[in-house]
Design a protein around this ligand. Structure first.
Ligand code: HEC
Ligand code: HEC
Ligand code: HEC
Ligand code: HEC
Ligand code: HEC
Length: 358
């Protein structure tokens, strides 16, 4: 509590000094507006210059406090120590070394300041363009490009779809953890060819994508570095477009997503005879009620499981892209329970013949 007061006091000081400095400039430019502030401002002139530097340090201190509370402080040590490709995202130093040939984990750093503010990270923030595993072209993401470089799921689901259809999967690969970019972009789900997927425009269209919502302006006036969704974002960000919003669960949308996830999972269990969907080395492990592995998994069930895992693991319960999340879950369900979709098995449709023959 004491520490908090101290921070607030320091900030009030810094801010009021900064305000005085602003006045001073305005007064210099416009002599006619000379007024009572002048004396005090002059006396403080010297000090202001010193305190502006202190202001930067205060900012860095507050940001470091935020960061220490964030999940980015932690590294999964054994994963980071494996080196490439794991260290590309599981270590700040490794992230920066991702384009170099070798990376040796001398010490494990977590996703620290250097990850985002030097080399590769700084470049991503500056250019705002990021390569994603499921797109051929770089994606424009503003400052969120640095986030998408790691939070993207690491897979190309259309390749996996084809492998699964041809019965050539080595394992039932699922999207890698915390893959927000796959939903947000409306491009990273496992789509059924020739189905139309709608995608939201509001959320993906924000200038700095991830950073627009996850790095709001802290009360003290700097960009917050806890990275989790703070309640304050509702007023600062969401209410710009949604007039009466007071929860992330707008119109019960997150609850609806949870219900769709539950329904889809149930359908996967029914279709495979599994009692549980477990995981092993980045792939699904479908287990019967005796804990035995079921190996014979229908293509449609794999597709459904992939999208189930994607929307669930994304963690926003569809908010990142409400329309796309809904479509992915519902179309997977149709595909699984009807065994067919428009497009896939319409053998009599002349227009489709060519693609069916590939
Ligand atoms: C170098 C890779 C990397 C970058 C860049 C990155 N993240 Fe992460 N992020 C991770 C990893 C790894 C975790 C899991 C950390 C853990 O808990 O072990 C994570 C966790 C998170 C979490 C959950 C945090 C928590 O406290 O539970 C959020 C939210 C998040 N990141 C958002 C972001 C945002 C927003 C950005 C961009 C400003 C970003 N990330 C950039 C790798 C990265
Ligand atoms: C493109 C970036 C990226 C790469 C490359 C990457 N990961 Fe991750 N990984 C992440 C992110 C982001 C998370 C954060 C999940 C979370 O919030 O806990 C994560 C989480 C994990 C987790 C924790 C899952 C859990 O239970 O929370 C494991 C284990 C893991 N990764 C293993 C690996 C291994 C092994 C490799 C190398 C073969 C690897 N990762 C490569 C981005 C990556
Ligand atoms: C730039 C404007 C904009 C901002 C900022 C914005 N939204 Fe939205 N949101 C939209 C639009 C437009 C839609 C509906 C159409 C669509 O899906 O694109 C929508 C739809 C939604 C939905 C789906 C609701 C439903 O009934 O289908 C939820 C939930 C939601 N937003 C929550 C949020 C939250 C939470 C925030 C803040 C973190 C937020 N939005 C910020 C524009 C915005
Ligand atoms: C429109 C605002 C918005 C944008 C843009 C956005 N998020 Fe989110 N994000 C949310 C909301 C809302 C939640 C759900 C928070 C809740 O329910 O508590 C969330 C949840 C998450 C979570 C899981 C929650 C956690 O703390 O573990 C992660 C990780 C995450 N977002 C990362 C990202 C990344 C990475 C990007 C960019 C690819 C991104 N988000 C873009 C609003 C946004
Ligand atoms: C996951 C990525 C990420 C990490 C980790 C990170 N930052 Fe940032 N930081 C950003 C982004 C994105 C911005 C906004 C873009 C900008 O201003 O360049 C930013 C902005 C800043 C700013 C300017 C803030 C302002 O309001 O003017 C400072 C200072 C800063 N970061 C310091 C740090 C320090 C110190 C650490 C480590 C304790 C750190 N950052 C860790 C992504 C990150």
């Amino acid at each position: 509590m004491k520490k908090f007061l101290l921070i607030v006091l320091t900030l009030i000081m810094v801010l009021s000094l900064a305000a005085c400095a602003g006045n001073q400039n305005a007064n210099d430019n416009n002599a006619a507006e000379d007024n009572t502030n002048n004396n005090a401002a002059e006396q403080q002139k010297q000090q202001v210059q010193e305190d502006e530097e202190l202001g930067d340090l205060t900012k860095v201190r507050l940001i470091s406090e935020d960061w220490k509370e964030s999940g980015h402080q932690y590294a999964i040590v054994d994963v980071a120590e494996r080196g490439k490709p794991c260290s590309n995202c599981h270590d700040g130093n490794g992230f920066n070394a991702q384009n170099k040939e070798e990376f040796k984990a001398e010490h494990v750093t977590g996703i620290d300041c250097q990850a985002c503010h030097s080399d590769v990270g700084a470049e991503l923030i500056k250019n705002g363009e990021v390569e994603l595993p499921f797109l051929d072209e770089p994606y424009e993401a503003g400052r969120g490009a640095v986030c998408m470089a790691c939070h993207n799921g690491r897979r190309n689901p259309s390749e996996l779809f084809e492998d699964s259809k041809a019965n050539q999967l080595e394992k039932f690969t699922y999207p890698h953890y915390s893959m927000a970019a796959a939903l947000l972009t409306g491009k990273g789900g496992m789509e059924i060819p020739r189905e139309e997927y709608s995608t939201s425009s509001g959320h993906p269209g924000l200038d700095n994508t991830c950073a627009s919502c996850h790095m709001i302006e802290a009360e003290e006036g700097y960009e917050q570095h806890t990275f989790v969704m703070e309640e304050e974002a509702i007023e600062q960000v969401c209410s710009k477009c949604h007039s009466d919003i007071d929860t992330f669960n707008l119109n019960g949308y997150q609850d609806e997503t949870k219900e769709r996830l539950e329904k889809l999972k149930k359908a996967v269990l029914e279709a495979t005879g599994a009692a549980e969907i477990d995981s092993y080395h980045g792939g699904f492990l479908f287990k019967d009620e005796n804990g035995e592995e079921i190996k014979d998994i229908p293509h449609e069930a794999y597709v459904a499981a992939y999208n189930w895992k994607l929307v669930k693991g994304d963690g926003s319960y569809g908010v990142h892209n409400p329309k796309y999340a809904k479509d992915l879950l519902e179309k997977s369900y149709e595909f699984l329970t009807n065994g067919t979709t428009q497009g896939e098995d319409t053998k009599n449709n002349g227009d489709d013949n060519q693609e069916n023959n590939e």
